[in-house]
Design a protein around this ligand. Structure first.
Ligand SMILES: Cc1cc2nc3c(=O)[nH]c(=O)nc-3n(C[C@H](O)[C@H](O)[C@H](O)COP(=O)(O)O)c2cc1C
Length: 136
């Protein structure tokens, strides 16, 4: 499972007490998972599930393309209710049909490190190149 989102308590500086803080995720948390799914699923021999930052059909599709065998949604279901699962599933099915995929298996792992046309994009060494391309 990549990666469980741990419950992280906070500190109140006035009372110096540990306070509970439940922060639901958003899609930006997915990028860490995409990178590690792509790196690890490319090595084979492991079934990986994606947990953290999956909110939309696009998130689910990207996780699957990076190599997830399954995706888990928690924050999205708390925000939008359990019927959101049907919307995401139908969206994935529609995307596969529109893009003429025969099956989910055809998409799964198609963008992992072993298949990605630009594997360097997943590597940290690429950081310098990305920063050089930044336009403020
Ligand atoms: C309200 C809430 C309660 C959770 N409780 C637990 C828990 O008891 N144990 C655990 O391992 N993970 C728990 N999680 C983490 C989820 O199992 C899951 O890893 C994470 O929320 C997935 O990311 P997502 O919320 O972006 O979908 C909880 C998450 C939320 C939002």
């Amino acid at each position: 499972m990549l990666f469980n989102r741990f419950y992280q308590p906070d500190i109140d500086v006035e009372t110096l007490e540990v306070v509970p803080r439940l922060v639901l995720s958003d899609s930006s948390e997915l990028l860490l998972r995409l990178r590690w799914l792509a790196i690890l699923s490319g090595r084979g021999g492991m079934q990986l599930a994606c947990s953290g930052g999956v909110h939309t059909e696009s998130d689910a599709l990207r996780a699957l393309a990076a190599g997830a065998g399954a995706v888990q949604l928690v924050s999205a279901l708390l925000k939008h209710g359990p019927e959101h699962l049907t919307r995401v599933r139908d969206g994935v099915t529609r995307w596969l049909m529109e893009h003429e995929y025969d099956s989910l298996a055809q998409l799964r792992g198609s963008m992992n490190l072993a298949h990605c046309p630009d594997p360097a994009m997943f590597e940290r060494g690429n950081y310098t190149r990305i920063l050089q391309g930044w336009k403020g």
